[in-house]
Design a protein around this ligand. Structure first.
Ligand code: MN
Length: 130
């Protein structure tokens, strides 16, 4: 079984559980982190197929955590998809500059979510809004 492993980084526990439940319902394996530092440590240990990275995190934010991941030989090739609330102007550009393959706006569209994730896993990144 080629079960894809996804590291979900989100400091809001309700969102973390919502996203994790959605992914698990679609057959993905989920690893959770609530901070950038934990995300980096878990990414090295678990080598997930994809990382969903909340940009608004306390202390080290998601952009900084992504830059760390992209500078690390072990984790630089893992696809990072930004999760951001109310995509502000310039957020997508900032996310891409940090090394994200794209972003998903919060609140997430629960019907399309798994499909969008599969698209990123298939190397067909695109930006999902709403
Ligand atoms: Mn957050």
């Amino acid at each position: 079984m080629d079960e894809k492993k996804i590291l979900v980084v989100e400091d809001n526990v309700m969102n973390l559980e919502l996203v994790s439940d959605l992914l698990e319902a679609h057959g993905f394996r989920v690893v959770q982190a609530q901070s950038g530092a934990t995300a980096i440590a878990l990414a090295e240990k678990e080598l997930p197929d994809l990382i969903l990275m909340d940009l608004q995190l306390p202390e080290m934010d998601g952009l900084e955590a992504t830059r760390w991941l992209k500078r690390n030989q072990l984790t630089k090739d893992i696809c990072v998809v930004a999760l951001t609330a109310h995509a502000m102007l310039g957020d997508e550009e900032k996310a891409r500059e940090a090394g994200c393959s794209g972003y998903i706006a919060k609140p997430i569209n629960t019907r399309e979510f798994a499909e969008v994730i599969s698209g990123f896993l298939d190397g067909d990144p695109h930006t999902a809004e709403e």
